[in-house]
Ligand binder design. Structure first.
Ligand code: E4P
Length: 218
């Protein structure tokens, strides 16, 4: 399973990268806005910096256009920033058409804002490299986000779809574990749930005892 960090914050990306477990980054317009990056030049430079930090990992950069021609033009510009850029396209009719065009023109895509198995089937049919079901937002709406990951994983396996399931909108460390169990190929998470995976009180108690005992012979 691949680990992506879901942020545009350079310090957090560096911290996850230094942990040695980072396979890529996802961003979205809200995450970019949070970093206060303004104007196309600055935004594109920010994406390039993220690509430099993660070196070989995929970096999703989202289009903000909603018509086919505009999505294609914007996506081509985003893809030209760095070979590791994945063009993130929303699950709308024009988006599906654009994903097919990008697939046919060797530009990798991440189909975002996916909330149902039907949408995930369309993304795979259009040739998206990644499909992003938003499990946290589904849970927030009283539906079961993890159940959706299982359903998509089952369908993709049965049908032989190559699209990778990128579990997005992660809210907790438990979400990460449950997504792994449910068959997600990738999780994208904020830094905190990733670091939360490190924690267990018995680890802390055990280490304190080992260090105390070590004083007896060191
Ligand atoms: C990632 O690709 C998504 O844009 C992101 O995970 C959405 O997360 P949120 O629901 O916490 O905004």
């Amino acid at each position: 399973m691949k680990f992506f960090i879901d942020t545009a914050n350079l310090d957090q990306i560096k911290e996850a990268h230094e942990l040695g477990i980072l396979d890529g980054v996802t961003t979205n317009p809200s995450l970019m806005a949070k970093e206060g990056v303004k104007g196309q030049e600055a935004v594109y430079k920010h994406y390039a910096t993220i690509c430099d930090i993660v070196k070989t990992g995929d970096v999703s950069a989202e289009v903000v256009s909603t018509t086919f021609n505009e999505i294609i033009e914007e996506g081509k510009k985003l893809a030209a920033i760095h070979p590791n850029i994945i063009v993130k396209v929303p699950m709308i009719k024009e988006g599906v058409k654009a994903i097919r065009w990008f697939t046919d023109n060797n530009i990798a895509t991440n189909c975002t804002l996916v909330f149902s198995a039907g949408q995930a089937i369309l993304a795979a049919k259009a040739g998206a490299k990644y499909v992003s079901p938003f499990i946290g937002r589904i849970d927030d709406s009283n539906w079961d986000g993890i159940e959706l990951i299982s359903q998509i994983a089952h369908i993709y396996q049965l049908q032989g779809f190559k699209t990778e399931i990128l579990a997005a909108s992660i809210r907790s460390s438990l979400h990460i574990v449950k997504c792994a169990e449910a068959g997600a190929d990738v999780i994208t998470s904020p830094l905190e749930p990733i670091l939360g995976l490190l924690k267990h009180p018995l680890t802390d108690i055990g280490l304190a005892k080992f260090l105390e005992d070590a004083k007896k012979f060191v």
